[in-house]
Ligand binder design. Structure first.
Ligand code: ADP
Ligand code: MG
Length: 336
């Protein structure tokens, strides 16, 4: 058999399998783009758990009409002005999200830069379907309709609209917690389900996005070790949950679901909680960029630390000490 180069449309569809396995993953990419655009306000509207429609509107820098085609092309990004991947501070940079989503859905991109005219481009399952002027305020609006409608193999793996919706809301919550400076709203099937003002401090934002009684049942964390800082709140062992999805973890301002961090958390509470109970936490870890690689996975929820033991020791030791000071003494003494 001879070797052939795959057409762009097919390459995008294959990549889409990694980048957008469900509506929440597409939504995450769109909200991250809105954050990267320097927005102060981001509005999300979804219908049927995001399966029939996801819409993200921002007041960020916008995309010029001239750049719009490129924004929808694979490996095209404005976020790597040089080739120094190590220095990336934006949420995205791979230039894969928009073309991937557009290859498995109908994507409408409308944008307007300050002082420019609005422009719009529609790509329907990899094919440009329309292009022309659009009326909108400065910023960008992206609409994704009928995700996987033409990819039955993937559509089959979608869960119920209800659980897809839960995943979508979780994604926005985590990003909103990471960026208390930005205002966020979420509407699901026409109902407002999240609304936070911009310009909040971190703890106010955490309080706004978690249950009201957490504040009275948690401990503030503020630990420095070498160049590493750990801040946020952790619940008292008496305030716990049967599922582990109220654990909001951030590394250098990005939401992560990292095994090392989750393991360290479990270690800190080890003999204070039954095995099937979980604390509620919002923890923000700030590590010099030389100590952490956040680009391990395209979905970017896993990170790799240069010195995992240092991080683990700091979390387990620091949290144990904090719990200890509040009268929750581990059998094992806090590690030094
Ligand atoms: P990446 O974010 O990795 O660069 P994407 O496919 O997500 O790749 O986006 C491609 C490009 O489109 C971005 O680099 C950016 O220039 C532009 N873009 C996408 N969304 C927005 C937005 N909401 N506001 C401004 N520019 C955007
Ligand atoms: Mg992106």
């Amino acid at each position: 058999m001879s070797i052939r180069r795959l057409p762009e449309k097919l390459v995008n569809r294959i990549a889409a399998g990694e980048v957008v396995e469900r509506p929440a993953a597409a939504l995450k990419e769109l909200v991250e783009n809105a954050i990267d655009a320097g927005s102060t306000r981001i509005s999300v509207r979804i219908a049927e758990g995001g399966i029939s429609r996801i819409e993200v509107e921002d007041d960020g820098c916008g995309i010029t009409a001239a750049d719009m085609a490129l924004a929808l092309e694979r490996h095209a990004t404005s976020k790597l002005p040089t080739d120094a991947i190590e220095d990336v501070i934006t949420m995205g940079f791979r230039g894969e999200a928009l073309p991937s989503i557009a290859s498995v859905a109908r994507l409408t991109l409308e944008s307007r830069v300050a002082g420019g005219d609005g422009w719009k481009r529609v790509v329907d399952n990899g094919v440009v379907a329309a292009e022309g002027p659009a009326a909108l305020a400065n910023g960008t609006r992206v609409m994704v309709e009928d995700l996987f409608a033409r990819v039955p193999a993937r559509r089959k793996f979608l869960r119920s609209p209800r659980s897809e919706y839960a995943a979508c809301l979780d994604v926005v919550k985590r990003l909103a917690m990471a960026r208390p400076d930005i205002g966020f709203t979420v509407e699901h099937d026409g109902r407002r389900v999240l609304d936070v003002q911009g310009g909040q401090d971190q703890l106010t934002r955490v309080a706004a996005l978690t249950q009201r009684d957490l504040a009275a049942n948690s401990i503030g964390i503020d630990i420095d070790r070498a160049d590493v800082h750990l801040g946020g709140v952790i619940s008292l062992p008496t305030y716990n949950r049967g599922i582990a999805d109220h654990q909001y973890l951030f590394v250098n301002g990005r939401p992560v679901k990292d095994r090392l961090l989750v393991g360290a958390l479990r270690g800190a509470y080890a003999d204070l909680l039954a095995r099937d109970r979980h604390p509620v936490v919002a923890l923000f870890l700030d590590v010099p960029t030389s100590e952490v690689d956040v680009n391990v996975h395209p979905a970017k929820t896993e990170v790799r630390f240069r010195d995992p033991q240092l991080i683990r020791g700091m979390i387990v030791g620091g949290l144990r000490r904090a719990l200890d000071e509040h009268g929750f003494r581990s059998v094992q003494r806090p590690a030094e």
